[in-house]
Design a protein around this ligand. Structure first.
Ligand SMILES: [Zn+2]
Length: 294
């Protein structure tokens, strides 16, 4: 079974305006691709998509199950819908599709964060939560320790962004090392550090090797393909060798559909020699199947 542990299903109104602007920034030189008004922006796959489009992409790329990770942008800028509305839309859309597993998203700095967590959990029983520290919190901050306690009590999986962040986001908060004390205090909490740590790749290794409950996903490696193929292969080979049971396939769909689409990435992963068949099966699905209890 092939499981993509890192995709995003999102509509325009759930993004913060400031975040969309920031994500568009690196593309500003490619003017022809840029949306010129709201209608065009809505059609742009990076800013808006839905459950059906994800399923089409999964079929085309040979992915059986995807984990959808919503991000709570509400504390960093102006969104046009409430977090609960976003969660309702995401989870309702998954009810008729058992191939998509939605997690919830939450910024623990929200004044009503505890109540929101409780309400969303009671309503939708998510298997996990996506957190995005660069919106403004440090994972080891004692003020948010309650969040890790709650997620641990509820046996929910945590997925955190690590690595690059720009625009109004705080990249310094995206360090893997801030999860060190969290993993230490919660040895049963499964924590997935996304993107192999991204630009903090070496630091990711320190944390992953110290804690058996820390996992990582390979999403966003496509950003370096095809130009830095050797570097990507080297990263894949080291996770295959060092943590074959704690690395997960992730694609970050639909972020790379413009430059390195999922179909291409999945074919590349199948064709290249980066792990034995049993290890690649584990990384492309078996490990995710185990932690999701599928
Ligand atoms: Zn992502």
């Amino acid at each position: 079974m092939i499981i993509d542990f890192h995709v995003h299903i999102i509509r325009r109104e759930f993004h913060a305006d400031e975040i969309l602007e920031a994500y568009l920034e690196p593309l500003k030189e490619l003017e022809a691709l840029l949306p010129r008004n709201d209608d065009e922006l809505a059609l742009w796959s990076n800013s808006e998509n839905d459950h059906e489009r994800l399923l089409e992409s999964m079929d085309a790329s040979g992915i059986d199950v995807s984990v959808a990770l919503p991000i709570d942008w509400g504390m960093i800028g102006t969104t046009h819908a409430t977090l609960e509305h976003y969660m309702d839309w995401l989870f309702e859309g998954c009810q008729s599709h058992d191939r998509i597993i939605p997690f919830m998203g939450l910024d623990p700095r929200r004044p009503d964060a505890r109540e929101l967590l409780d309400r969303i959990c009671r309503r939708w029983e998510p298997k996990g939560m996506k957190v995005y520290p660069p919106t403004g919190f440090r994972p080891d901050d004692p003020d948010i320790r309650w969040l890790w306690d709650e997620l641990d009590d509820r046996s929910m999986i945590v997925v955190s962004h690590t690595g690059a962040a720009w625009g109004p986001l705080y990249k310094d908060l995206a360090h893997p090392k801030y999860f060190d004390p969290v993993a230490e205090a919660h040895p049963d909490l499964v924590i997935v550090l996304a993107h192999l740590g991204g630009e903090y790749h070496d630091e990711m290794w320190d944390v992953v090797e110290r804690h058996d409950n820390i996992y990582t996903d390979i999403s966003a490696l496509q950003g370096w393909l095809p130009r830095r193929r050797d570097m990507v292969l080297q990263r894949l080979r080291s996770v295959a060798e060092r943590i074959p049971e704690r690395a997960l396939l992730g694609t970050d769909w639909a972020l790379f559909e413009l430059n390195y689409p999922n179909q291409l990435f999945m074919n590349w992963l199948r064709d290249e020699d980066w792990a034995s068949p049993s290890v690649s099966n584990a990384i492309l699905g078996g490990n995710a199947q185990r932690i999701l209890g599928l």
